[in-house]
Design a protein around this ligand. Structure first.
Ligand code: SF4
Length: 148
């Protein structure tokens, strides 16, 4: 499919051209649809609101934010995502979203590098989606690691 091919190519180029970032320069960008729809915590306000009950992916992703010390935020749409991406201190992004949003985000953020990770949609699009924390951890590690 065109979108997944574009994302794979983008990720290969990003891995090739970006390394050695400081944690504070890396933004972990998470879509609101990862948030369990029955959860009362306002993670849009701050990821610190997540009580890490484990009912959605945000528990593990909050832990990754703490473990790596990167910047992280939950966003409700492309405009909000782009505003965070354009912050001066941010030099590279790990973004989780559906393929279509990732492609739009990569193009809008250019030339800022984005490592893109597709979420899974067991309950259909935009609702209680899931992100693989291992893939997210690997992407963060790649941006932080010194050039080999
Ligand atoms: S892990 Fe639990 S507390 Fe955190 S956002 Fe998900 S459902 Fe809410």
């Amino acid at each position: 499919m065109f979108w997944s091919g574009f994302i794979n190519l983008n990720n290969r180029l990003t891995r090739w051209r970006v390394s050695g970032m400081a944690p504070g320069q890396v933004l972990l960008l998470l879509p609101r649809c990862l948030h369990k729809d029955t959860c009362r915590q306002n993670v849009m306000l701050s990821l610190d609101e997540c009580q890490r009950c484990g009912k959605c992916s945000l528990a593990a992703l909050s832990q990754l934010r703490d473990d790596f010390g990167v910047v992280a935020c939950v966003v409700g749409g492309g405009r909000q995502a782009l505003a965070h991406t354009r912050r001066k201190e941010i030099k590279a992004v790990v973004a989780v979203a559906c393929e279509k949003e990732l492609v739009h985000g990569i193009l809008a953020a250019f030339p800022k590098p984005v490592l893109a990770i597709t979420n899974t949609t067991p309950e259909g699009p935009c609702r209680n989606t899931l992100a693989d924390p291992q893939k997210v951890a690997e992407a963060i590690r790649e941006l932080l690691s010194p050039a080999s």
